[in-house]
Structure formats: structure tokens, C-alpha cells
Design a protein around this ligand. Structure first.
Ligand SMILES: CC(C)(COP(=O)(O)OP(=O)(O)OC[C@H]1O[C@@H](n2cnc3c(N)ncnc32)[C@H](O)[C@@H]1OP(=O)(O)O)[C@@H](O)C(=O)NCCC(=O)NCCS
Length: 211
């Protein structure tokens, strides 16, 4: 198991941190994706051999793509992957988000925390305005993840994306920067101060919830 290497961390949360993948991650990611084959089937098609890993790394290095590994702070284990793709700036400042957990690390809250960190990175460091996630209507775990992360259902697109050789219906979920900002916990105001107007410049922006 690799040691946690927070020197390369893009964002750090309570139990996980984000970093970019490197070619040194090949063996671990391929092994995790092979062990997660049944879990991923029909939803995502991540690299499961050295050839597809090289293709994926090449994609991650494109200027309009950013890949994130979700790593556990305790031991550096890779627990999930997020990819922002088709990043368009200009009048859009928008991107598509794809993701998957790695077995046996799913269902423990790591992806929820990782999603919070990805959104923080997207809306602060990357200055995006909008992030969209396309989810198949039958994918209950993914719908639960986007819902609890503050995404809003924008629409339904029949036969929208070709996944595992089939054109599949998708729901389109999105979150805007101002919606994400509103997820931040409000600073607590002591009861005696409630109703008083705060002096100019005294508002605390607080920290965004990490999921
Ligand atoms: C979709 C997917 C990424 C969701 O990941 P996940 O493992 O459910 O997400 P989390 O790690 O955040 O786990 C959340 C669950 O852990 C639970 N949990 C356990 N300990 C927790 C903790 N300390 N903090 C928060 N949640 C915790 C939550 O209650 C939640 O369970 P629930 O949904 O039954 O309420 C995952 O199911 C997956 O990879 N699926 C296959 C690929 C896929 O579908 N990708 C998306 C394509 S659109």
C-alpha cells in the first residue's frame, strides 16, 4: 500500500484528499478496476489493462480534461476516481463530471467527501461556473451522490450516451457556482446579536462543505 503523499494534494478533506494520477499508479488502478468489474459494469468503462491505462492517462493530460484520484488520508489508498471533461471556458466555464468508486471502498462516504473536494476545486481553482453529471435513471447510488452533493435535475435525454456498446437514457444533473456557495454552512450568530446589522466588510465567507 502506498504512503499518503499529500505534497501532491490538490484538495484535502477530513478523510480523503485529491491528487492527479501518474503513470506510477498504473498497477494499483488496473488492479482496483479489475476487482470492481462487476460493480462498474453498465455504468462506466475504466482502464482494466496497461493499454487502456495509457490511453486514459493520455486523455487525462489533455488541456480540456482533469482527472482526480480520491485517496484515503490514513494510508494513501485510491478509493475512487473523478474526471472533469470537455472543460470549456470562454462564455461557458463549464465541464462534465464522471466518477466511480473502487471496491471495496464504496458505500463509506469517501465519494461524497471526494465530490465535495472536486466541486471546491472546480469552482475555486478552476473558476468554473457550472458542472454537469449525466446519470442513468436506474443508477440509484449515483443519483443519491449527486443529490446529496447539491446537484439539481435539469432534464432527461433519451439514448444520450453510448456506454458499454449501448445508447443509454440519462438524467442530466448540474450545479452552478452560486448553488455550491449556498451549500456552505452559515456562520453561527450568537442569539443576542441576531437581528443586528453586521458592520461592512465583516462577513465571513466560511468554508464550503466537503460533501
Ligand atoms: C455511484 C458511486 C460513485 C457512488 O459511490 P458511493 O460509494 O455510494 O458513495 P460514498 O462513498 O459517498 O458512500 C455513500 C454511502 O456511504 C454511507 N456512509 C458510510 N459511512 C459514511 C461516512 N462516514 N460519511 C458519509 N457517508 C457514509 C452513506 O450513508 C451512503 O450510503 P447510502 O447511500 O446507503 O445512504 C458508486 O456507487 C459507483 O462507483 N458505482 C459504479 C460506477 C458508477 O455508477 N459511476 C457513476 C456513473 S454516472
Amino acid at each position: 500500500m502506498p504512503k499518503p503523499d499529500q505534497r501532491n494534494a490538490l484538495e484535502v478533506g477530513e478523510r480523503v484528499y485529491l491528487r492527479e494520477p501518474t503513470s506510477r499508479d498504473a498497477a494499483q488502478i488496473v488492479a482496483l478496476n479489475r476487482a470492481s468489474r462487476t460493480f462498474h459494469r453498465g455504468w462506466v468503462m475504466p482502464p482494466t489493462d496497461s493499454g487502456t491505462f495509457v490511453t486514459w492517462m493520455r486523455r487525462c493530460r489533455q488541456p480540456n480534461v482533469k482527472c482526480f484520484l480520491v485517496c484515503r488520508l490514513a494510508d494513501g489508498a485510491i478509493v475512487g476516481v473523478f474526471t472533469l471533461s470537455q472543460i470549456v471556458l470562454g462564455m461557458f466555464h463549464s465541464a462534465y463530471l464522471g466518477y466511480y468508486a473502487e471496491r471495496p471502498h464504496d458505500g463509506q462516504g469517501y465519494m461524497t467527501e471526494g465530490m465535495g473536494l472536486v466541486l471546491r476545486h472546480a469552482f475555486t481553482r478552476m473558476t468554473l461556473h457550472r458542472v454537469e453529471a449525466n446519470v442513468q435513471p436506474e443508477n440509484a447510488a449515483s443519483i443519491a451522490l449527486v443529490k446529496r452533493s447539491g446537484f439539481r435535475l435539469e432534464g432527461f435525454s433519451p439514448r444520450y450516451l453510448k456506454v458499454a456498446g449501448r445508447w443509454r437514457d440519462h438524467q442530466r444533473w448540474a450545479i452552478l457556482i452560486d448553488e455550491w456557495r449556498r451549500l456552505r454552512p452559515r456562520p453561527r450568530v450568537p442569539s443576542r446579536d441576531r437581528g443586528r446589522r453586521a458592520p461592512p466588510g465583516s462577513s465571513s465567507p466560511g468554508r464550503p462543505r466537503s460533501g
